[in-house]
Ligand binder design. Sequence first.
Ligand SMILES: [Zn+2]
Length: 216
Amino acid sequence: MIHLPGVPAPLGRVIEILSSLPGVGPKTAMRLSLNLLSRPASDATQLAEALTVLHEQVGFCDVCGCFAEQGRCQFCDDTRRDATTVCLVEQPVDVLMMERGHGYRGVYHVLHGRLSPIDGIGPEQLNLVALDQRVVEGVAELIMATSATVDGEATAHYLANRYHEDRDHSEGGQQHKLKVSRIARGVPEGGELEYLDEHTLSRAVDQRISWDRVGL
Ligand SMILES: [Zn+2]
């Protein structure tokens, strides 16, 4: 419990809670708390109510593991999306980042982690049973979009091998070919090459696309 001279305990409590959030230091927490105190009481009540129902009403999609209010998420429910193209990401927040691009029209599967032998996280700890089922039911393409970290890369390799197209994913005699791909990790829009790390740059070169496909 933080003790701040001259600060009433209830205010100190709010400052303490807010300063425990990522990216919020004690000064920002103090400013936010004082701002809440200066507003009408109804604003604080609204915030408290929104936080109260957050865990009650937001869970994970039964199919893909994205955020969902109930049962299935908006992506799995969207019939305009290509349900046979599945993008694999580590966390639900990665889906939100992908969606900011507005270009992807397939669906997702959230692993809820990545392989990390040091932390004792193996395939059993990832959301793979549901993915196995989806693959059997008919997925045309799996796109690896795990993080560009050592563990993220290892996870992508593991998954690519697990769902390799030569494996028999058939069910009830129906065979289908499964394509496995990976997002290119390139130069960010507007990014100066000098600020890129060497791995990003060398990979951007490795995964270059033909100029006539750039669309300039
Ligand atoms: Zn879903």
